[in-house]
Design a protein around this ligand. Structure first.
Ligand code: GAL
Length: 302
């Protein structure tokens, strides 16, 4: 058990800053694995693991400019550097374990490193949670733009990719193929014209909740959430959660642990050098009168 101070850039157990921004956590064989953006050097995605969610051990730079590449689908673009030999942008990496193929599959937001016009999704996979992932390229699902994103795995193994489309105006929900390597169907175009970003989903007590931010770059804004009886069912209208800045954070993901619903967010430093000062927050979410509320805490014991 440890205490995490909200808003700070936490350290791993070696005392080094933990770089896993815009990330995601999965539980696999006794460990939590945390994946997230690591923009240092030639890294893209780093992976840490923990048994208790507070002591994190660095495991691997699972995706870098030097990662192996392998085409998986036709007409995906295999580029981990742009034509100027510079890094591309890989943001908000999310990973799911596929029970059928025994692979760890990563989905993330791809941009060319110069602007945000590609608005595509990149995919990678690996046989181990913290091994060297193989990059399978990027594409636009059914031709749509795809920016801020998340993955969600339902109890029956069905997986969904949720991403901001039409210059972030609409939020799309795609059901994935059984191997999680492609989209199988576009099941929803949610909240047209509301510009929701940074989606994060949790299922609790038979309800599905989706938290999102508004669209203001690195600056925090009013979080909103919606609820549904199933991923493919009808989603409610958006309701506000937290304060006007979501207590100075933007959603990364939501985790349910021992009956507690924990919201993990990024407190972004901003662009350029400031990005590397970005910290993390964990706020408890509480179901109340058919809705969801966010509890502001300075620190959290996990
Ligand atoms: C935010 C987004 C981040 C990053 C940033 C760049 O809206 O959530 O992941 O893309 O914009 O300005």
């Amino acid at each position: 058990m440890g205490v995490l101070k909200n808003g700070e850039l936490w350290n791993d157990v070696s005392g080094a800053p933990l770089h896993a921004h815009g990330g995601y956590i999965i539980f696999y064989e006794g460990y939590y694995y945390w994946y997230g953006e690591d923009r240092r050097e030639n890294f893209y995605v780093s992976c840490y693991r923990s048994r208790n969610l507070s002591d994190w051990e660095f495991r691997n730079h699972v995706l870098t400019t030097g990662s192996g590449m392998e085409e998986y689908r036709v007409r995906t673009k295999l580029r981990l550097q742009n034509e100027d030999g510079k890094k591309v942008n890989l943001e908000r990496p999310k990973v799911l374990y596929n029970e059928k193929t025994k692979k760890f599959v990563m989905w993330m937001h791809f941009e060319n490193g110069k602007d945000y016009h590609d608005a595509a999704v990149g995919i990678a996979s690996c046989d181990a949670p913290d091994g060297d992932f193989t990059y399978h390229g990027h594409f636009n699902p059914y031709g749509y733009m795809s920016r801020d994103c998340t993955l969600f795995k339902d109890d029956d193994g069905a997986a969904y990719f949720i991403s901001a489309a039409r210059d972030n105006a609409d939020l799309h929900v795609y059901r994935l193929t059984d191997d999680y390597m492609n989209v199988d169907a576009l099941v929803h175009k949610l909240w047209q014209g509301e510009y929701r970003e940074a989606p994060a989903v949790v299922k609790t007590n038979g309800k599905y909740y989706m938290l999102t931010s508004f669209c203001t770059g690195w600056a925090p804004n009013q979080g909103k959430y919606a609820v549904a009886d199933s991923m493919e069912g009808k989603w409610s209208m958006l309701k506000e959660i937290g304060d006007g800045t979501t207590y100075l954070s933007q959603p990364a993901f939501i985790l349910e642990v021992n009956g507690r619903i924990l919201y993990f967010g990024d407190r972004w430093g901003g662009d350029g050098e400031k990005y590397f000062e970005s910290g993390y927050v964990v706020y408890p979410l509480v179901e109340k009168e058919g809705g969801l509320s966010m509890e502001y805490v300075e620190e959290i014991e996990i």
